[in-house]
Design a binder for this molecule. Structure first.
Ligand SMILES: [Zn+2]
Length: 74
């Protein structure tokens, strides 16, 4: 499978390993899944990551990621 993904930094850390480096497809569709670049855990959807990027770190962002990361990824 060709590597068509790109890395970006998320203000909220991966709930699994604490990394801030995330990976998403280069297309960056709102419904594309964002994975931790370090441990490959599903973190959230890209539109959720965009929300976090816009509002920055904080309890709301952390709650959003925690909720998304604990929901079924498929
Ligand atoms: Zn991780």
């Amino acid at each position: 499978m060709p590597d068509l993904s790109t890395d970006f930094r998320l203000p909220v850390a991966c709930p699994n390993c604490g990394s801030h480096r995330m990976r998403v497809s280069q297309v960056k569709n709102p419904d594309d899944k964002v994975f931790c670049a370090s441990c490959r855990r599903y973190v959230c959807l890209y539109h959720e990551a965009e929300t976090v990027l816009q509002q920055g770190p904080g309890s709301d962002s952390e709650a959003l990621i925690e909720k998304a990361a604990n929901s079924p990824s498929d």
